[in-house]
Write a protein that binds this ligand. Structure first.
Ligand SMILES: [Zn+2]
Length: 72
């Protein structure tokens, strides 16, 4: 039965594509999250969204910005 074999191959191929597509989209999401991170080197510990390239104070609470730990 050639037809049956063909269907099996199509099913396996579709499954493989589905898995790899899922994997790549997960990868993309991780990359997007990475890119969405604030770029400033200094940030407010209370408001991580407040960042600055140089030392300063938070515009929301006035706390000193701390240097981001880039080793992580
Ligand atoms: Zn703050």
């Amino acid at each position: 039965m050639i037809m049956r074999r063909y269907i099996l191959i199509v099913a396996v191929t579709a499954l493989t594509w589905g898995v790899s597509a899922c994997n790549s989209s997960t990868h993309k999401d991780a990359k997007a999250t990475e890119a969405a991170k604030p770029k400033g080197k200094y940030y407010c510990t209370m408001h991580p969204e407040i960042t600055s390239d140089k030392p300063g104070t938070c515009s929301k609470c006035g706390m000193d910005l701390v240097e981001r730990d880039t080793t992580k």
